[in-house]
Design a protein around this ligand. Structure first.
Ligand SMILES: *Cc1c(COP(=O)(O)O)cnc(C)c1O
Length: 359
């Protein structure tokens, strides 16, 4: 048996003909940008997220960058303001903050949940703190009531990077950024992303910024950019959205089996959470590289999310001597097992069996 970490071909094969028909429909219409598919997807995804607005953009990084930029254009935040962000996030979250000349303040995660440690947010607050950026990493909920109360007490903006969390309940917050990168739970056939928000002004500003800064044809209010979902991808995402809850249900089923049936004591399993959407199934082991090699020899693909934390990257040289021991431990010990809706029960059983036979 051979199990790739993720076969997009197998995932696409689940609804191949529906996708073909949707693409053919867009071709027959001959309208490729800002058309009825995009509009319909935006409405359907806003409903799905229980948000008033959804603005389709070109990718997840743009969604993050534009929701922050719009907040600044509206005067909610200013250059140099501090944004609290988990130290173990994917670098895109932090790129969006620094690109807007805001200051990321890295906070350690909880080793048991991989999510930002709410109890450590308080000690990171300063006079300049203006916002908290949560990241629903691996498909777990990062919001807690404690964080909500902190935001209200200190009048902080709350943003969510939901690139890995499609299907999670979303908190009342300023705005949420979504990525539809092909490998995500809701993935396009290429790049796409979206911002959802209940704030009318913020929604309009994101839309304007993503359209060259123009709210009316040939009138430019901002130095904007071009960032949009194309019609074919919007059509694909509309189909995939209909299957998302079922796909997530299947992901939870597999996660539950991994949690119950992997008994190898050299491995630390993540906590099973019936609300999580398991974009990634992260395990920890001190002999991560050996385990990865062993699984490879047994034809099981795995990925490390992520090998080097943002503060150790060359891109952020100024942070290279900072220490975030929990983050660093996760980066040294994490291994992601294959988990997606195209996996069969036999494949899941094979992964469990091979892992239990390790050493
Ligand atoms: C994928 C991802 C992004 C970036 O999304 P793109 O669509 O690839 O730009 C941002 N944040 C997190 C946590 C991600 O996983």
């Amino acid at each position: 048996m051979t199990i790739q970490y993720l076969s997009l071909k197998d995932i696409t094969a689940l609804h191949f003909e529906e996708y073909q028909q949707a693409i053919a429909k867009v071709m027959a219409r001959g309208w490729y940008l800002q058309g009825e598919e995009t509009k319909a997807f935006e409405n359907e995804y806003a409903d799905y997220c229980h948000a008033r607005h959804c603005i389709g953009v070109a990718n997840g990084l743009d969604a993050l960058t534009l929701m922050l930029r719009a907040s600044m254009e509206l005067g909610y935040m200013h250059e140099g303001d501090e944004v609290i962000v988990p130290a173990n996030t994917y670098i895109a979250t932090i790129l969006a903050i620094t690109e807007n000349h805001l200051t990321p303040v890295l906070v350690e995660p909880d080793i048991n949940t991989f999510q930002i440690d709410a109890s450590k947010i308080e000690e990171a607050l300063t006079q300049r703190t203006r916002a908290i950026m949560l990241v629903n990493l691996y498909g777990y909920q990062s919001y807690s009531q404690h964080i909500g109360e902190l935001c209200r007490e200190r009048e902080l903006l709350l943003f969510v990077d939901n690139a890995q969390g499609h299907g999670l309940p979303l908190p009342e917050c300023t705005a949420v950024a979504h990525s539809f990168y092909p490998g995500k739970n809701l993935g396009a056939f290429g790049d796409a992303g979206a911002v959802t928000t209940n704030d009318d002004a913020l929604a309009e500003t994101v839309r304007t910024l993503a359209n060259y800064g123009s709210s009316r044809k040939y009138v430019f209010d901002y130095q904007g950019r071009n960032s949009r979902i194309d019609e074919t991808n919007a059509a694909i995402l509309r189909i995939k959205l209909q299957y998302l809850d079922n796909d997530n249900k299947r992901r939870r089923e597999i996660a539950k089996r991994y949690c119950n049936e992997i008994t190898n004591t050299a491995i630390t399993l993540p906590r099973y959470d019936h609300e999580a959407v398991y974009h990634i199934f992260p395990i920890l082991t001190s002999q991560r590289d050996q385990l990865q090699e062993y699984l490879k020899e047994n034809n099981i693909g795995t990925v490390i999310h992520y090998p080097i934390p943002p503060h150790k990257q060359k891109a952020y040289k100024e942070w290279n001597n900072l220490e975030f021991p929990i983050t660093e431990r996760i980066h040294a010990c994490e291994l992601s097992l294959p988990l997606n809706q195209a996996m069969t029960n036999e494949e899941v059983a094979y992964v469990i069996n091979v892992i239990n036979n390790w050493r």
